[in-house]
Design a protein around this ligand. Structure first.
Ligand code: MLT
Length: 267
C-alpha cells in the first residue's frame, strides 16, 4: 500500500500503451499537488503525469512526528510500484528536489531523468536547523496561516508580489490550508537531510536544473553549484521568477520542461 495520495486531473494516466515518459511532480514545502496546476494541462499532452500529495500535505493525512526525505522518497517509490512503473522522470521543486535526490540515491535504476527546480544539494547549517525547529514549533503553536503569511515574501519575487495578487492569494491559501502537524514533521525532516552533492556527481541520467533569477531562498549560486557537480546538466534561469518559478513564470517553465522531455531517448 502506498501512503501517497495522487492527483492527475485531466490526465489519462496510467496510459501504458504509449511511449510517453512518466513524469512525477514532487511539490515543495508547505504545499500540495495544486502547486502544479499551471503544469498539468501542458504536461499531460506529452507525459503520463503523477502529481501526488506528499505525506502530511493536501489530501494525504498520513503523517508522523518527523518525516525524512528518505521516507517521502520511499512513498514515491511505492506509488511507482503501485502503477507498475519501472522508471520515471522526477521533477521536484525545493523540498521536492531534496526528495528527488534522496530517491536518486536509493533507486537510481528507477530514474529516467531528473528536473531539479529552485533547490539545493547541500544540507542545513546549524542556524538553518534551528530555524526548522522554530518553524515546527510555530506551526504547532500558532497555526499554518502564520507560517504561510511569513513565507509569502520569501517564496515570491518582488514583481509577483506587486503585479500578481491572484498568484499571491493562490499560494498563501495553499500554504495556509496545510495541517500544522504535516508542516512540523516535514520541517524537522528537512533539518536531518544530508549533503547530497555526491549523489549528483554520480548521476548517469539527463538532468535539468531550473531556477528563477529572483529566488532569494535558493540564490543562483546554489543552482550553479549543482550544475558544476554534473558537467552534463542543463541550467535554465527564468527571468523575474522567484522561488516558485513554475507558478511565477509558467509559460517559460513549461516550455523548458517540454523541450527537455522531448530530448530524452525513448525506448
Ligand atoms: C520549499 O519551498 O520546499 C522550502 O522553501 C524548502 C526549504 O525550506 O528548504
Amino acid at each position: 500500500m502506498t501512503s501517497i495520495r495522487e492527483e492527475a486531473r485531466g490526465s489519462t494516466f496510467p496510459d501504458m500503451s504509449t511511449t510517453k515518459p512518466t513524469l512525477l511532480l514532487i511539490h515543495g514545502f508547505p504545499q500540495d499537488h495544486t502547486l502544479w496546476d499551471p503544469q498539468l494541462g501542458p504536461f499531460n499532452a506529452v507525459a503520463n503525469v503523477l502529481a501526488p500529495d506528499l505525506r502530511g500535505f493536501g489530501n494525504n493525512t498520513d503523517y508522523s512526528e518527523l518525516v525524512t526525505m528518505e521516507t517521502f522518497a520511499k512513498d514515491l517509490r511505492g506509488l511507482l510500484d503501485h502503477h507498475g512503473i519501472e522508471r520515471a522522470v522526477l521533477c521536484g521543486l525545493s523540498m521536492g528536489g531534496y526528495i528527488a535526490m534522496a530517491f536518486l540515491e536509493q533507486w537510481p535504476e528507477r530514474v529516467e531523468a531528473v528536473i531539479l527546480c529552485n533547490t539545493r544539494s547541500t544540507g542545513d547549517t546549524a542556524e538553518g536547523k534551528e530555524g526548522r525547529r522554530a518553524t515546527a514549533r510555530d506551526a504547532s503553536e500558532k497555526g499554518s496561516a502564520v507560517i504561510a503569511r511569513a513565507m509569502i515574501p520569501k517564496v515570491l519575487s518582488a514583481a509577483t508580489l506587486r503585479d500578481r495578487p491572484d498568484i499571491v492569494t493562490h499560494v498563501e491559501t495553499m500554504m495556509a490550508r496545510q495541517r500544522p502537524e504535516g508542516i512540523a514533521a516535514a520541517s524537522l525532516g528537512m533539518a536531518q537531510r544530508p549533503d547530497r552533492t555526491a549523489v549528483l556527481k554520480a548521476v548517469k541520467v539527463p538532468v535539468l536544473i531550473i531556477t528563477g533569477d529572483a529566488d532569494e531562498l535558493m540564490p543562483l549560486a546554489t543552482s550553479q553549484a549543482m550544475a558544476a557537480a554534473m558537467p552534463g546538466a542543463q541550467l535554465v534561469v527564468l527571468p523575474k521568477a522567484g522561488h516558485l518559478s513554475n507558478v511565477e513564470a509558467p509559460e517559460q517553465f513549461n516550455a523548458t520542461v517540454i523541450d527537455f522531455l522531448a530530448s530524452l531517448p525513448r525506448a
